[in-house]
Write a protein that binds this ligand. Sequence first.
Ligand SMILES: Cc1cc2nc3c(=O)[nH]c(=O)nc-3n(C[C@H](O)[C@H](O)[C@H](O)COP(=O)(O)OP(=O)(O)OC[C@H]3O[C@@H](n4cnc5c(N)ncnc54)[C@H](O)[C@@H]3O)c2cc1C
Length: 411
Amino acid sequence: MATHERKYVIIGNGVAGTTAAEVLRKNDPNCSVHLITNEPYPLYNRVSLPRFLQGKLQEQKVMIRDFAWHEQRNIQLVTETLVTSINTDERVVVADNGQHYPYDALLVATGGWANPLRVPGTQETQHIYNFVTLDDTKTIIARILESRTALAFGGSFISYELCDGFAMRKLDTIWLMRGPYWLRNALDPDGGEVVDNIAKKFGVEVIHGDEIEAVIPRDGVPSYVKTKKGRQIQTDMIGVGLGISLNTKILAGTAVEVHKGIVVNEYLETNVPGVYAAGDIAEFFDRTINRHHTMGTWDNALAHGKIAAINMAGGREPYIDVPTYTSPLFDVNIAVVGSAESGNPELEIIARREPGEKGNENYRRLFFRDNKLVGVLMIGSPKGRKKLVDLVKDQHVFATPAEREAVLTLR
Ligand SMILES: Cc1cc2nc3c(=O)[nH]c(=O)nc-3n(C[C@H](O)[C@H](O)[C@H](O)COP(=O)(O)OP(=O)(O)OC[C@H]3O[C@@H](n4cnc5c(N)ncnc54)[C@H](O)[C@@H]3O)c2cc1C
């Protein structure tokens, strides 16, 4: 560990950045830590935003840290400040408040911002919402309270969270998506139908294979939406879940390698000395699948923050973990473990659909590479999830088709 006073700068105070700040302080009482964010809040729980949206959780329960927590640890939290550039030769971060923040080691933990809807009419129309931040959530709730109808658009995780929120708040909800079924990169038509049936139980009308062509405003609010297939959908508000774009722009002009995200090795180091990346933004080398990829999950970001901080302070610890994503999906659960990609020709994929509880179905999809379980997608009951995570971690070999089939019913 470092013995002289080191300067650490962290861009982004999500779970990756805030965890890194905490670990740096624990490991080095004498260092300086600047944690910079464009948002006005200390760390809050993004995973809890859907339940806040649905009205099942109060705003204060969404907050994880307060300003005092940072003061007590001598972590300089700089809010409402956008980092605009980085000079990796001079080792300095430049922000829109005019300040320059010098660093010995820098962590970029900037996550991603939601892709907006770009069709004719959006510029002239209010009440079209992305759903990523606490402020997004507050604004959506305010509009829900004065609305009767809502449209959720997209085939991403965020689109179902929006749809779920609208339906739980008793709006007449339509869920419109381009693909033939939800989450088409990981599910198959059977899995898509299971999700549709759950949504329909909550009164949601699901429309596949169509998309918004234009928003037609009246007095600045959506009057109706015109779709490519010629539908006209009346709605008071539109929730948009069209994925996120990773915030890599601040690295423009540096030698830091950027692909989809910021490319880092298993120690979360970039190719430029002193610069690290963690969380959603990191395109990290994943030893469990032997290649680089990005992973947009809370647990992954938290673990990255910890490992990055250890290595920034002179340690040498690789990130080795099986990423997991769990979330409520209307009145059931969805869990994704490891690498669950339909389009990957290297994977053997098997699935099972069976009756579940509360009139829902259970659906399980397994992804094998070289007879080892590398990915799992479960909808419905979460029973058996922990055993499946362990099987992915252990790299257990399932030599015969019968052995692989048996994993479909493992509880
Ligand atoms: C609605 C919603 C529900 C989710 N549900 C789940 C779930 O159920 N399970 C799960 O595992 N994951 C879930 N996720 C994903 C999970 O929340 C993310 O993977 C995780 O929060 C990423 O953390 P992070 O620290 O990498 O980045 P972020 O939390 O995105 O934090 C990055 C921060 O950096 C700031 N920033 C960006 N650029 C700059 C800049 N130039 N200057 C200053 N600040 C900057 C951003 O504004 C942001 O505050 C959900 C996400 C959302 C939005």
